[in-house]
Design a protein around this ligand. Sequence first.
Ligand SMILES: Nc1ncnc2c1ncn2[C@@H]1O[C@H](COP(=O)(O)OP(=O)(O)O)[C@@H](O)[C@H]1O
Ligand SMILES: [Mg+2]
Length: 301
Amino acid sequence: MGGDSPEREVSLASGAAVAEAFREGGYEASPVDVTFTGRFPARPIWDVLNSELLEADVWFLCLHGGFGENGGLQALLEEKGVPYTGSGPLASMLAMDKWMSKKLFMSEGIPVPDGMLVGPGEDGRILEEIGLPCVVKPRSQGSTVGLSVVRCEGEIKKGMEFAGAYGDVLAERFITGRDLTVAILGEEALPAVEVHPKHEVYDYTCKYTPGMSEYTVPAELPEETADALKEHALKAFKVLGCRDFGRVDFRMDTEGGTYCLEVNTLPGMTSTSLVPKAARAAGISFPELVERIARMAVERR
Ligand SMILES: Nc1ncnc2c1ncn2[C@@H]1O[C@H](COP(=O)(O)OP(=O)(O)O)[C@@H](O)[C@H]1O
Ligand SMILES: [Mg+2]
C-alpha cells in the first residue's frame, strides 16, 4: 500500500481496510507502506523485496496508479517468485493504457467512445474527427487526474495542456448519460453499480469526498442492459488478460447504449469502495471478498 502516485492516500486507506478484514477472518496481516522512489517516508521497495516478507503466503496488493498498478511492480514480483494478488505485468500495463485498451476492446466488439491520440497543435483534428463536446484525458492515468470535458473550441488547448502534463493525450467523444461500473471476481461479473457524481463526470473530488457521489447498488437497468454490461465487462477483462478481480468502467448514453471506458486492475478496496459494494450486493462480505482474492493468488503458486 502507499506508493508514490496521486492515489497514495486512497491506497493507504485500501491497505488498512484489507489488513483489518484479514485480521477479522483470523489471519495475520502486515500492512507495508512502500515507496518506489524514496519520495515518501515509507519503506523502499528494494528493501521490502529483500526482507522477511518474501516468506509471506501472499502479497495482497493495494496500490493504485503508477508503478504499483501499471505492471512495473508485478514484473518485479514475478522475478522474485512472490505470490501476489491481481493481474500480471502485461495485463496491468495494457489496462493502464487507455488507447491500447480501446483497440483491444474494439477487437472483441465491445462498444467504446470514438477516440484518438492527439499531439500538440492537433486541436483541429479533434473538431473534425470527434466534435464537441469531447473528453480530453491522459492516455495512462487514473482517478480522473488530468481529465477535462471540452465544450467549445477555445477550451481545447487548455484541456490538451492539462492532460499533456501526464504524457500522451487521448480525445474521446463525450457520452452524455450515466456512469456504471462492473466488478469482476474470478470468472464472474458482479451486479453493476451506478455512480451519481455531484459533478458532470466522476472526478477526483467525487471519487474521494464523502457525500460527493451517491451510488445505486445494484444499478437500476433493464435486464438486457444489465446482462450486456456483464458480458462486455467480462470480455474486456479477458481480452486484456486480467485475472483475480478488477472493475470495468462504462458510460451509458441517453438511448441506453453502453460504452466501455477502461479496466481498473487494482481498484479501491476500502469497505465502501465500488468493488466491495458490488460484492455485498452479490452476498459476499468484505472479509470474504478479500479472502477469495487472496486464495486465487495462493492457488496459482
Ligand atoms: N468519453 C467519455 N464520455 C463521458 N464521460 C467520460 C468519458 N470518459 C471519461 N468520462 C468520465 O470521467 C470519469 C473517469 O474516466 P475514466 O476513463 O474511467 O478514467 P479514470 O477513472 O482512470 O480517471 C468516468 O467515470 C466518467 O464519469
Ligand atoms: Mg475510471
